[in-house]
Design a binder for this molecule. Structure first.
Ligand SMILES: Nc1ncnc2c1ncn2[C@@H]1O[C@H](COP(=O)(O)OP(=O)(O)OP(=O)(O)O)[C@@H](O)[C@H]1O
Length: 233
């Protein structure tokens, strides 16, 4: 369970995030949407203790994320390419993550094989440094890296952006499969309402740092969601 309590982030008197309360149950596939500047990345950055809250806190499986490091053993994230290590080859990077998460090389190799289609023969066995991959392929490495070692919580910021259509569809299937197992809490922010709707059990919309909509995707239609954005925009 992820619990957000009275969380605020203020820059120079500007409140960019203000969430009184939010609970994300274990195993939920949580989609975060909102227009530019709504506060999505700020929220994920607070969740990963990359920035300090001005007020309030977030608990990840009962660990207050800016007070203890214990959440790091079961939480993974890919927000942007700063999460990658450019001077490593893809395999070196994946083995490094595997080591952090108590996975042997053999386990990592077996895991990576299951994503061969997604990698499209451009990543594994190429002996290429991550810095030399295209932006889209770097993103594939970052996303699949988060899934090594069965983390309890996976956080992805804009995972569909800059991926080709085939890869987007493959990624959607991967994320839907994870969502359906209900073992991993999956948090995904995206501007793609269509993809987000398909992979999420629940969608929360931010606007100017506040939650303005919180919907169950089984009870709500995609058309209602897009119509809502039509009004907000
Ligand atoms: N270091 C900072 N100093 C001042 N303001 C900041 C800082 N970081 C973010 N902000 C502001 O916080 C607000 C929320 O930004 P954030 O990046 O979280 O939005 P977002 O929903 O992820 O947007 P986008 O969809 O455009 O990526 C924006 O107004 C942004 O300018």
């Amino acid at each position: 369970m992820i619990q957000v309590e009275n969380l605020k982030k203020i820059y120079d008197g500007n409140t960019v995030l203000d969430i009184q309360g939010l609970q994300i149950p274990i195993g939920e596939s949580f989609g975060l949407v909102g227009n530019n500047g709504a506060g999505k990345t700020t929220f994920f950055s607070l969740l990963l203790d990359l920035i300090e809250p001005t007020q309030g806190f977030i608990k990840n499986h009962n660990v207050i994320v800016n007070k203890s490091e214990d959440w790091k053993s079961f939480t993974t994230a890919f927000l942007d390419d700063s999460f990658l290590i450019g001077y490593l080859t893809c395999e070196e990077y994946f083995y490094f993550l595997g080591e952090l998460r108590n996975q042997t090389k053999q386990q990592v190799d077996a895991f990576l094989l299951t994503y061969a289609d997604f990698f499209n023969d451009e990543i594994l066995g190429k002996n290429k440094f991550i810095r030399d991959l295209s932006k889209g392929n770097q993103k594939k490495v970052g996303i699949i890296g988060t899934l090594i070692g069965n983390p309890k919580v996976v956080i992805l910021d804009e995972p569909f952006a800059n991926l080709d259509p085939t890869t987007q569809i493959r990624l959607k299937k991967i994320l839907r499969t994870i969502a359906d197992t209900k073992q991993t809490t999956l948090l995904v922010s995206s501007h793609d309402l269509n993809h987000t709707f398909e992979i999420s059990d629940r969608i929360v919309c931010f606007e100017r740092g506040r939650i303005i909509k919180d919907i169950d995707t089984k009870q709500y239609s995609f058309e209602e969601l897009t119509a809502f954005f039509d009004v907000v925009v």
